[in-house]
Every structure is written in C-alpha cells, then in structure tokens.
Ligand binder design. Sequence first.
Ligand code: GSH
Length: 215
Amino acid sequence: MAARKLYGSVESTTTMRALASLFEHELKFEFVRVDLNAGDHKKEPFLTLSPFGTVPVFQDGDLILFESTTIMRCISHVYTNPRTEQVYVDPKMQGIAATWIDVEDHHFNPPASKLISELVFKPKNGLPTDEATVAVEEAKLAKVLDVYEERLANSEYLGGDKFTSADLTHLPNLYYLMRTPAKRLFDERPKVRAWCAAIMSRPAWAKVVEMVMEK
Ligand SMILES: N[C@@H](CCC(=O)N[C@@H](CS)C(=O)NCC(=O)O)C(=O)O
C-alpha cells in the first residue's frame, strides 16, 4: 500500500489540480476514488481526512492536507527537485507567483466555474443553460483575460519566466472551458491563446486528461 495517496473524483476540477501537480513532480501515489454521487465524501472515514467533506485530500504518511491549492503549493515546495521545480527560491519572485495563484482563486475561478456549471454540467444533467448568467459571467471573464493578456505580454508565464503552480492552477477550468463557446474569449487574445496552448500541452496534464477520459 502506497504511503502517498490522493483521494478524489477525477471529474472534479479541484482533484484535477492536485493530480496535475503530482504528475508534474513525477511522484508515485495511489489514487483513491471517492464516490461523490454516493455521498461518500460526507461520511466517515472520509470526514476524518476532510472535515468539510470536500475532495481532494492528499496524504503522505502523517501529512494530511485538504484544499486543492494548498496541496498544489505544498507539493511544489516539499517535493521539488531541479528538474521539476515549479517554485522560485527568491522570496520576491515567490510573492509574484503566489499573487497569480490567488488571482486564479479570486478573479478567474468565480466566472469560470459559473460558466462551466452553465455550459458543461447543466447540459450534461439535462438541465437548461441560463443564457443571461452566461452573458454576465463571460463579460466578467473577458475583463480578467484582458489583465492576463497584458501580463503575458511582459512575462512568458503568469508567475514569471517559467511554468509554476500559478499556471498549473488554471488547467482544470481551462480543460472544461475549452469545450464551450467561451473558448473564443481565450482565442481572441493572442498571448492568452499561446499560454493556454503551452500549458495544456504539458505531458503531466495529458496524464490527467487521460484519467478523466477513462473515468
Ligand atoms: N476550496 C476547496 C473546494 C473543494 C470542493 O468544493 N470540491 C468539490 C469538488 S470540485 C467537492 O468536494 N464537492 C462536494 C461537496 O462540496 O459536497 C478546494 O480547492 O479543495
């Protein structure tokens, strides 16, 4: 039995984020599927690992973490090696990369997750898309992407001159958004489009996509 485990559901964006980080760092781990439809995340023994009953949970021996961005940040610091390094040693550069992780959380994710709900999960569950919500959230996302376009005109990646968790954290929402009409918001912005293509073509991300497809 592997000491290192990730508990989650492959369809969930938060689990995808943690998986991407594990694969980027070439870590061996056991993936423990949590059946959200059966409500297993709201029952013991899972609640002991994740007190709010959410996925994912990362466990490595005594270390137990919930919250996907924390898992991602911790992996990039604890399991870093020169080949897979995704953090900056310089504290100022760390601060800049951390800013863009928070930008995803506070500015990108809110409209992105609402659009994914309307354009991916509602249709999948036979529910009608609320077009008014789509228009409002697309307008919000467009404004966020204008800021990204400017940032990426001056920096190859969001966090700096190399791929970091600040880029990785966007991948799960991008995975779903690129399958919706909202893709045009990314395509219309050349720097954003090139950044998306670069980060989505990483071999570690391909492994996550493979798991989602196999589900
Ligand atoms: N901020 C948390 C959010 C976790 C979260 O809400 N996960 C969803 C799946 S994407 C979940 O567990 N949903 C089940 C529920 O809340 O009942 C994180 O990033 O890990």
